[in-house]
Design a protein around this ligand. Sequence first.
Ligand code: ACO
Length: 427
Amino acid sequence: MSDTAILEYGGKRYEFPVIKGTEDELAIDINTLRATTGMVTIDPGYKNTGSCESAITFLDGEKGILRYRGYSIEELAEKADFLEVAYLLIFGELPNKEQLAKFHHDIKEESQVDEEMKKILDGFPKAAHPMGVLSSLTSALVAFNPSSVDVSSEKAMYNSIVRILAKFPVLVAWTMRKKKGLPLDYGDDTLGYVENIHKMMFKRPNQEYKKDPIAIDALDKLLILHADHEQNCSTSTVRIVGSSHAGLFASLSAGISALWGPLHGGANQAVLEMLEAIEADGGDTKKYMAKAKDKDDPFRLMGFGHRVYKNFDPRAKIIKKAADDVLGNLGIDDPILDIAKGLEKEALEDPYFVDRKLYPNVDFYSGIIYRALGIPTEMFTVMFALGRLPGWIAQWREMRLRKEPIGRPRQIYIGENLRPFVPLEKR
Ligand code: ACO
């Protein structure tokens, strides 16, 4: 096969190199396109555009494959814990015992959040959406940690990374505790990373914290499954904001805002609200299937479809089983789970969904587990952000280490041509 692609335009012939990834993915390298032809490409939604070369996550949407640094998501979800996966994503290799212990130690050293941050949180109304609060608090962290912006050395970069891995779970827990009217506590450094997150979220002021291995295990798995997904909307946002050298925390804050949307991470909240609405409406799944297929109805089956997966989202398979296990182990009989399974069954047999290759995505079942764990619906996307944190960090770090140029797409202008200014009195 030729390793160049030919473009013919206006009687001229141009050659562009074709590059191949380690999984044989091909791309036409158009670095010189504008300089040699005067043209740009146009690709709304970037459906055909690779924004970078990356060694972090591989996914094949046709085959339903997802791997972090070469390890299958199925194996990682079963055998690793979230902190190991975070290390793997960020630094490229699974840590040995000493590396993992040092990483955890360094995180624990940074696990306090300035008390002044509580005043900022206090300023938000209780009804504020937790994603808006979290994005603001993450941005505010810059003011309390100004040295985290200048990451010109690997050491400074490492310090910023452990700092945010330490403080972000505190912000997540505080956001939820404020919503529930609970005091803003700190964690316990004698606990594991996810165990500590569980404690910070659920510890009641008048009760001793009891470890809940089923809940902690489920949380660990969900965080791993959400930890990275290559160049999605929020990750691309983190990379492009970071490409201006705005600093890690500011880039993450922008990523949280991007994740909030219902077409992205916000889908997990939308799924549960949809399932609750169907239940309240008598549980008639067929009615909602018809609405989803009706082009005059804006309703979409939330938790179905994916830009990249045109086959089963491998994460959805793991989460569906986990939802069964968690609800079974906790002795919860949730009618919402039955509605979800009913919708899934109908969609997988329906030509509309089959022809468009619409399968359940990661968000279809995750909310059912979060609900079983006692996490309020509005916090679901925050949980997604907590899981995605190491992926965003890994992608930001890779972008900085590869010294990628500032992200600055081109456009094709379709507005007015030059026209004379009309004074106000003549308009
Ligand atoms: N329900 C009904 N129809 C759908 C759905 C759905 N959930 N998803 C896609 N379709 C239809 C579209 O109407 C379109 O039909 P048409 O070809 O007849 O016009 C076709 O399938 C293709 O859909 P697009 O919107 O063009 O696909 P795109 O790749 O742009 O969007 C997206 C992907 C945004 C995920 C979409 O499937 C969707 O809105 N799903 C529901 C929201 C959701 O679950 N988002 C979470 C994604 S996972 C994540 O971000 C973590």
